[in-house]
Ligand binder design. Structure first.
Ligand SMILES: CC(C)(COP(=O)(O)OP(=O)(O)OC[C@H]1O[C@@H](n2cnc3c(N)ncnc32)[C@H](O)[C@@H]1OP(=O)(O)O)[C@@H](O)C(=O)NCCC(=O)NCCS
Length: 143
């Protein structure tokens, strides 16, 4: 840990961050399916809970989901930082479903038309329900 840096990324500790994660997942209307503490990374900014995201093993794919930055900390590249941290964690390809593909293509994700069934389900059910009328993309980060 670099004590001079305001940013510190750590793996989630269920007891410490569970209520913050649940609060913001709900507030930002993010994917709350099958949440488990070990999936999450949390980013503290000046020692305050600022951002979070997770990798979920769907069985047929690893999915990056439930990514959020607390409003007052947006625009400081914390979203970028937590995605990069999650990407560095595993050697497999990583998928995601999003209505803001531009945020993720800057980080190396590419739109894909071929993807496992769990992503199709997410796209057709969760995203269509939460973001009606929005253009939904499935993206892949190839390792
Ligand atoms: C999307 C979100 C995670 C971005 O977090 P952030 O910390 O403000 O983003 P960053 O500061 O790391 O931005 C990195 C880059 O992405 C761009 N960007 C930020 N939000 C964006 C958005 N909604 N759409 C497209 N690009 C975006 C920034 O302009 C910046 O571009 P640059 O590198 O060319 O300057 C944050 O706004 C958020 O939590 N939104 C609500 C929840 C959400 O939508 N989660 C994603 C679900 S798939």
């Amino acid at each position: 840990m670099d004590l001079k840096s305001p940013i510190y990324i750590c793996r989630s500790n269920l007891k410490e961050f569970e209520s913050d994660i649940k609060f913001y997942v709900k507030r930002f209307k993010l994917d709350d399916k099958n949440m488990a503490a070990h999936q999450f990374k949390v980013l503290l900014y000046e020692n305050k809970f600022a951002a979070f995201g997770r990798l979920r093993d769907n069985g047929d794919a690893i999915e990056l989901c439930s990514l959020g930055v607390v409003e007052e900390y947006r625009g400081k590249k914390l979203g970028n930082a937590i995605v990069k941290e999650l990407l560095s964690e595993i050697k497999q390809d990583i998928y995601l479903v999003t209505v803001i593909p531009a945020f993720f293509t800057k980080l190396g994700f590419r739109e894909t038309q071929e993807y496992p069934i769990s992503l199709q389900d997410k796209r057709d059910n969760f995203c269509e329900h939460h973001h009606p009328g929005n253009c939904i993309s499935v993206l892949k980060y190839s390792k």
